[in-house]
Design a protein around this ligand. Structure first.
Ligand code: NAD
Length: 362
């Protein structure tokens, strides 16, 4: 199969971790006789520095013409004081919208080898395997009107949370379709005691659930869900929620399973899927060669599974990550300060090698 990808390394540690993800993709492509066709383009701060636009036209063109997009991260302190539309993050928000990627899947899995990386007790976190399904194109992050207006010292800021029924229905169906392939449970998270958006959300979710009689649906307010996520994370299967609640809960889930550097994401629903680690550009460690590339590598596995239906290849990558962790390889975010760790590139090399070894035995 031809794997026609656009690679958007982005800013900070983005280029460091995407390089490793591509290395691992190449290893699995070689083993299964697929051909990688890659185009690298700028986004975020890198694009602002080059052409003063966080999402240049040639980047969009390359993305829509490819079968999937692999992104590193965006964000750079150099542009922190730019107006909103000229910040690196604006490029990513626009890209998600251009690609029509309305469903953000964020798995949070506790790898057996990393049970002791969680701030929670091992008996609480062991066996955690959560799929967070976050609506990505609606809610507060995109709602209009939005503004800061008024005279100095009495300014008023406005954001708008808005959801329509089709937007809720399409994300609900993605969550239920995933639950059918997992443990048949969906928890819908909202704030229906306070927000009209959430009341509509709950109504539509209940209506759609009737088409999935084998899936058990439950509801929780977001504040209560946040508490339960640290009290009993392994009770969760699929969490379905809107944009901002999903943003917050998925980072929390990352904290629960150990490190943000381990978390992968897929943004799907449109014609071209976008795959990226959950973490940001981590300016504090950029350029040091110590970033954890596993979130990016696991994002590449999601890319194979969701954009190319190559589930077997995806499992080889996920198993290789598990094997490398079992052998004791750790980047610095996964060990206490001062303990031995491997570099970003060494971790990538080891995962690619583990893919080569396991696929040669297939
Ligand atoms: P961050 O995720 O970049 O970093 C948070 C902390 O986690 C830092 O201490 C960092 O060193 C650590 N960390 C993150 N990824 C890691 C990895 N792979 N390996 C080891 N440690 C890792 O979040 P932040 O500091 O809040 O944001 C930094 C910049 O990234 C900001 O400009 C922000 O807007 C941007 N951001 C971008 C995305 C994205 O591209 N999707 C997501 C979140 C934040």
């Amino acid at each position: 199969m031809l794997l026609n990808l656009t690679i958007l390394p982005g800013d900070g540690i983005g280029p460091e971790v995407t390089e490793q993800a591509v290395l691992v993709l190449q290893a699995v492509a070689d083993a299964f006789g697929h051909r990688l066709q890659l185009q690298h383009k700028n986004i975020g701060g890198a694009a602002l520095a080059a052409v003063n636009d966080p999402l240049p036209a040639d980047t969009i063109q390359a993305c829509v013409a490819s079968s999937a997009v692999l992104l590193g991260a965006v964000g750079s302190p150099a542009f922190d004081h730019n107006p909103g539309h000229l910040r690196p993050e604006a490029g990513l928000l626009r890209l998600r919208r251009e690609l029509g990627a309305y469903a953000n899947l964020r798995p949070a899995i506790c790898f057996p080898a990393l049970e002791d990386c969680s701030p929670l007790r091992v008996d609480l976190v062991r066996g955690t395997d959560i799929m967070i399904v976050r609506e990505l194109l609606g809610g507060l992050y995109f709602g209009e009107p939005r503004s800061i207006q008024g005279a100095p010292r009495s300014r008023v800021a406005t954001n708008t949370m808005t959801y329509d029924e089709p937007a809720i229905e399409r994300i609900t169906r993605i969550a239920f379709d995933l639950a059918v392939k997992r443990r048949n449970r969906v928890l819908s998270v909202d704030k229906a005691n306070v927000l009209e958006c959430s009341r509509l959300w709950r109504e539509v979710v209940i209506r759609c659930a009737k088409d999935y009689p084998g899936v058990q649906l439950s509801h929780m307010y977001v504040d209560s869900a946040a508490m339960s996520l640290v009290q009993r994370p392994k009770d969760f299967d699929v969490i379905l929620t809107e944009n901002m609640f999903g943003d917050i809960l998925s980072d929390q889930a990352g904290g629960v399973v150990g490190s943000l550097g381990l978390l992968a994401s897929a943004s799907i629903g449109g014609p071209v899927g976008l795959y990226e680690p959950v973490h940001g550009s981590a300016p504090d460690i950029a350029g040091k060669g110590i970033a954890n590339p596993l979130g990016a590598i696991l994002s590449a596995a999601l890319l194979l599974r969701h954009s190319f239906r190559l589930a077997r290849e995806a499992v080889y990558i996920e198993s290789a990550v598990g094997a490398v962790l079992n052998q004791g390889s750790r980047t610095s975010d996964l060990v206490p300060a001062g303990q031995h760790s491997v570099s970003t590139s060494e971790m990538g090399r080891r995962v690619a090698e583990a893919v080569r070894i396991s696929t040669s035995e297939k």
